[in-house]
Design a protein around this ligand. Structure first.
Ligand SMILES: Nc1ncnc2c1ncn2[C@@H]1O[C@H](COP(=O)(O)OP(=O)(O)OP(=O)(O)O)[C@@H](O)[C@H]1O
Length: 246
């Protein structure tokens, strides 16, 4: 990591997960607790793509959701480092305002499924993160269109809401929205699961560009060619599991 600020430790991780554990309480089953992971500990540095591996149901998506603040952690810390100042914030113990500000400035997340408001056009769905940061509408729309064109989404779809799109089309909209901002940390939950080979290759290229620009990426890729193309390190989440895979 290159910085002019002496307070920043060169090569310090942008994301550190420290001794995190998580169990779910199933209220419909009389409050039974299902432990999922414990002692989850790893770092992700600038330019690194750490892949979470392991069997279905072992807790990979839950770890991403905890890091994005969608799931609360039971114990442990999720440390997000500011790459300019070196300041570190613990998302795990932060209030919702801290979580929102870390999402705005540090954490991008591409989930498996697009959650879009009804009647909002694809262009607006993708441009929204830029508009929220004060980018002028025309410029934001142009950048959204360029991103969607790169992902081979037909321009005839740009002004439609994505609710009725195919799985692969929705996934490309989701990727465009997640990649349009240069977040220092990017969380990817199977971003290529519904894509054909040509579009998968486009996404591999986009991920590699982010890495070259210094983004710290944490991802889940069941697709082995994608994993091999982008991973700098793979962690087997079974090592943190507290139970058998589902
Ligand atoms: N909100 C929730 N409430 C209750 N249990 C949950 C919840 N979210 C996840 N789980 C359970 O936690 C376990 C881990 O799920 P998770 O989705 O993290 O696994 P995964 O490794 O990502 O699986 P896959 O590879 O199939 O996507 C599963 O047994 C799942 O049923």
């Amino acid at each position: 990591m290159v910085t002019d600020n002496p307070s920043v430790v060169a090569g310090a991780p942008l994301l550190s997960v420290v001794d995190v554990s998580k169990s779910f309480t199933i209220h419909l089953r009389g409050g039974v607790r299902l432990p999922v992971v414990a002692n989850v500990t790893f770092d992700v540095c600038s330019g690194e793509c750490l892949v979470l591996g392991g069997p279905s149901g072992i807790g990979k998506s839950s770890i991403l959701r905890m890091i994005f603040g969608n799931y609360a952690v039971d114990t442990g810390r999720i440390l997000v480092r500011d790459r300019n100042t070196g300041d570190v914030a613990d998302l795990a113990s932060g209030d919702p305002r801290l979580v929102l500000s870390l999402r705005r400035d540090h954490l991008g997340y591409v989930s498996q499924f697009l959650r879009a408001l009804p009647r909002v056009s694809v262009l607006d769905v993708v441009a929204e993160p830029l508009l929220a940061r004060g980018v002028e509408r025309k410029l934001a729309s142009n950048r959204a269109a360029a991103m969607l064109e790169r992902l081979n989404l037909p321009s005839s779809l740009f002004n439609l809401p994505p609710a009725t799109f195919s799985g692969g089309e929705k996934q490309r909209v989701n990727i465009a929205r997640g990649f349009i901002i240069d977040h220092p940390i990017l969380l990817l939950d199977e971003p290529t699961a519904s894509l054909d080979e040509a579009n998968r290759d486009v996404v591999i290229g986009m991920i590699r560009e982010k890495l070259a620009a210094g983004t710290a990426i944490l991802g889940i890729f069941h697709d082995i060619p994608v994993r091999e193309a982008v991973a700098t390190k793979i962690i087997d989440v079974a090592a943190f599991s507290t139970r058998e895979a589902a």
